[in-house]
Design a protein around this ligand. Structure first.
Ligand SMILES: [Fe+2]
Length: 250
């Protein structure tokens, strides 16, 4: 921070024109299937969000309901039948966006069971989106990643920037990257929506060039309003220019 910045506190946020989200093509993380997790509550909610995603320029969404043994006991059957209903409703409303579904798997013991039974919902090139608890690194992290890879899955860690216990150990994300785990970043983290620390972590991860996928992690319309605002930030523009971003291949 320069002399004037020091006098007047934090420098003002630089604002750019909104980034063109149509360049991403596909979103890989959201909660659009109504009534089965903490995302869309009704079909109306889902359709409003899908309509807005289409207006933003997205061509496709891969929606990822939570599967968590303690809270959201979703199964592939529940998710795929929800997907059918969502597609039908979107089609009736002339919403022109391709909708696919996978899941956001919470890393618990039941996930390891599902890996062994090879019953995971995947997207793209056998990608599996998984998340960790926010309280601390799970003991079975390395084992679960290894098991997924041995079973032919390609693990994708959801919102890698949001795990507070890793903020003082940025090398952890690099280690996962080196093991072949694809790191997904939430675009809204760049606005400070989750916390200033999460924003800083997201910026550092972008600087390290280890992010492979970008997602909205959209649960409600508020997240999309925020996405629109965030799209004027320099780091948002930087995210859109990631080399070999996998969103383009889906
Ligand atoms: Fe999510």
């Amino acid at each position: 921070m320069g002399f004037l910045g020091g006098l007047f506190g934090r420098r003002k946020k630089e604002i750019l024109p909104p980034a063109d989200l149509s360049l991403l093509g596909t979103d890989v993380h959201s909660h659009f299937i109504p009534g089965i997790d903490d995302g869309a509550k009704t079909m109306e909610d889902s359709l409003s969000m899908l309509r807005t995603m289409q207006e933003f320029g997205y061509k496709k969404v891969i929606t990822t309901p939570h599967i968590m043994s303690d809270f959201y006991r979703n199964t592939p059957e529940i998710i795929l039948s929800g997907l059918d209903k969502l597609r039908e409703a979107a089609h009736k409303e002339n919403i022109d966006i391709t909708i696919e579904a996978a899941a956001e798997y919470y890393l618990d013991i039941e996930l390891e069971d599902k890996i062994r039974k090879k019953e995971l919902l995947t997207f793209g090139n056998n990608y599996v989106l998984f998340e960790m608890p926010f309280v601390g690194e799970p003991k079975n992290l390395s084992r679960a990643i290894f098991e997924m890879q041995m079973a032919g899955y390609k693990p994708v860690l959801a919102h890698v920037e949001r795990y507070l216990f890793w903020h003082r150990e940025p090398e952890k994300a690099q280690t996962l990257f080196d093991k072949g785990v694809i790191l997904q970043l939430n675009l809204n983290s760049l606005s400070g929506h989750y916390s200033p620390q999460v924003q800083k972590s997201a910026e550092q991860l972008l600087d390290s060039e280890i992010i492979g996928l970008l997602g909205t992690d959209c649960h409600n319309m508020g997240h999309l309003e925020l996405l629109k605002q965030s799209s004027t930030l320099p780091y948002f523009h930087k995210a859109m220019k990631i080399n070999n971003l996998l969103n383009h291949s889906l």
